[in-house]
Design a protein around this ligand. Structure first.
Ligand SMILES: Nc1ncnc2c1ncn2[C@@H]1O[C@H](COP(=O)(O)OP(=O)(O)OP(=O)(O)O)[C@@H](O)[C@H]1O
Length: 226
């Protein structure tokens, strides 16, 4: 099986004045199509880890491979290219554009691909059908429920067919039943799309095929897990 994401002995030390060591010797291999939950207490380094997997932060030391590309020596524009072509992001706060329709919110996910507007909308319609929102194309985000808004955000992340979807607390703003529906949707992407999500919620974590626990910037061995 091919590898979607690989971290090798990654350390992240935030610079002075705080000088916090957020990740210590983290090594992680995520295979193509795998679904992974990253769990751990507040401050354990989850968001830092996801930001490094997403090339939004650079490690202080160690190597990061994304979809077969070693990112160590890439320039900032080249890293932005890796993000645009290989990665999709979903956040707790949805980050939808209120003045655009659901269809156009999703179509913005293709803006940096040089795809003509009509094709962007056609692909947005297809992916909205996949997340169960084909009846909401002309709605504005304010006219949707929280779960529907997160489905739009997931569709926007998927419209460019990224190899990897990275989600930071995607159910954090949802009630538990809706959160489980969103978790099930994300889990169902596995096989074709690699999914890595951060969550505090153990039921959500359990929907992913694999759970990785962080404590004080280190990955716990399964044998250490409580
Ligand atoms: N930009 C930053 N500058 C300095 N220190 C930071 C920065 N971002 C995070 N940290 C510190 O790094 C450590 C790990 O933070 P991180 O946000 O990755 O943890 P987390 O597990 O995601 O926590 P939470 O569950 O509360 O979101 C914490 O001690 C935090 O204070």
């Amino acid at each position: 099986m091919t590898t979607a994401l690989e971290l090798h002995l990654v350390n992240k030390i935030y610079p002075p004045p705080t000088t916090v060591t957020a990740l210590r010797d983290v090594s992680l291999v995520v295979r193509t199509g795998e679904t992974v939950a990253i769990t751990g207490p507040s401050g354990a380094g989850k968001t830092t880890l996801l930001s490094i997997l997403g090339t939004l932060e650079r490690p202080t030391s160690g190597a990061v491979r994304i979809a077969g590309t070693d990112t160590t020596d890439l320039s900032d524009p080249d890293l932005a290219g890796v993000r645009a072509w290989h990665l999709g992001f979903v956040f707790q706060q949805f980050f939808l554009l209120d003045h655009l329709s659901v269809l156009d919110n999703v179509a913005t996910g293709l803006l940096y691909r040089g795809v003509p507007a009509a094709t962007r909308r056609a692909r947005a319609g297809e992916v909205l059908e996949r997340v169960g929102l084909s009846g909401r194309l002309r709605h504005r985000p304010a006219q949707l429920s929280g779960g529907e808004r997160q489905r739009v955000a997931i569709a926007r992340a998927l419209v460019g067919q990224p190899a990897v979807l990275l989600a930071d607390e995607p159910t954090g703003n949802l009630d538990s039943a809706t959160g489980q529906e969103i978790a099930a949707l994300l889990a169902g992407l596995g096989g074709s799309t690699t999914v890595v999500l951060i969550t505090h919620n153990m039921e959500v974590a359990a929907t992913m095929a694999r759970q990785v626990q962080l404590r004080d910037g280190r990955i716990l061995d399964t044998a250490d897990a409580p």
